[in-house]
Ligand binder design. Structure first.
Ligand code: NCD
Length: 322
């Protein structure tokens, strides 16, 4: 089957084969991050537009660095200073960007469905860098790469995701990805943050409100960022969240002894995660960041150069530049 991608909007519609293909494509780029000279000419002459309508540090830097390391130029849309503030519609802003002829548009937006909306209006590949509470496909792919690298096969792997699942596009994309591969997923958090709709995705998905029970036998533990503004009396105070859901060393010991810990960042030490856990050998948090570069390089390469003629592609492959 063809693995060709026009856009990367979500994990949900992708097949296992397409996901595996993207993870495999990231392999050489993972190795590349260790090279002393981190510059390829693969996308020289191409331009990546970064349209971030929502604040972002790591995802934006990651896409920008990935584009630079492939040799691409960038166009940056700063949400605060853009004409959006002057009342321009999302559609007009993106069409204006497109008129400057980028070869791909990476978009982050606070509204669920924004990336797909844009993909129907432009002729270039669109990459979703997070849309509202919907999906964050590159995050789930980099998480999968990290899990696979620590020699966990997804099949029958026990994965516990902790926190505000309801508002988390990271959780949603991960649930879609991991359930396609037969992982056993446990969602844990305050009842008001555990969406029912995700249970129906795959037979293995459980909702477990008590963290101690949710961690029992886990191979992979994923703590989500908690938005402090969502923690308030009378529903749930920060102290209560910490007491019941913070990932502490004693709780991590309830999981398998070789369990790994993931967090998409930005992480709040002392809230969702104890600093001892964040800095432990079981923590893969910084590996996730490095893998983010590799997966984003692979995706930019695939969407921009992947549509080139095979001969042209071979000449421009990442391996050819070294
Ligand atoms: C996530 C996001 O923005 O969705 N961060 C990230 O991209 N690494 C997680 C979050 O902010 O909760």
């Amino acid at each position: 089957m063809s693995h060709r991608f026009r856009h990367l909007l979500a994990i949900e519609p992708l097949t296992r084969e397409q996901i595996t293909f993207l993870l495999d494509q990231a392999k050489p780029f993972q190795e590349f991050q260790r090279y002393p000279l981190k510059k390829l000419a693969t996308l020289r002459g191409k331009t990546v537009a970064l349209a971030f309508f929502e604040n972002s540090t790591r995802t934006r830097i990651s896409f920008s660095t990935a584009a630079s390391r492939l040799g691409a130029d960038q166009m940056n849309l700063q949400a605060e200073s853009s004409s959006l503030k002057k009342g321009e519609s999302l559609s007009d802003t993106v069409l204006t960007l497109e008129a400057m002829k980028p070869d791909a548009i990476v978009i982050r937006h606070g509204s669920s469905g924004a990336a797909e909306f844009i993909s129907h209006r432009v002729d270039v590949p669109v990459i979703n860098a997070g849309d509202g509470t919907h999906e964050h496909p590159t995050q789930a792919l980099l998480d999968a790469l990290t899990i696979r690298d620590r020699s966990r096969s997804f099949d029958n792997c026990n994965i516990t995701i902790i926190g505000d699942i309801l508002h988390s596009r990271v959780a949603r994309s991960n649930v879609h990805l991991l359930s396609k591969f037969g992982a056993h997923i446990t969602l844990c958090g305050p009842a008001m943050w555990l969406p029912r709709e995700l249970d129906s995705l795959a037979p293995g998905i459980r909702r477990v409100p008590r963290l101690e029970e949710a961690l029992d036998g886990a191979d992979v533990i994923m703590a989500l960022r908690i938005q402090q503004e969502r923690l308030h009396e009378p529903s749930l105070s920060a102290d209560e969240y910490i007491l019941r859901y913070q990932l502490t060393p004693s709780r991590v010991r309830l999981a398998k002894s070789n369990a790994i810990v993931l967090h998409p960042g930005p992480m709040i030490r002392g809230l969702e995660i104890d600093p001892v856990v964040a800095d432990s050998l079981q923590s893969c948090i910084l590996e996730q960041v490095t893998n983010g570069l590799a997966i984003r390089m692979a995706i930019l390469f695939e969407l921009i150069a992947g549509s080139a003629e095979p001969q042209e592609q071979a000449k421009d492959s990442p391996h050819a530049a070294h």
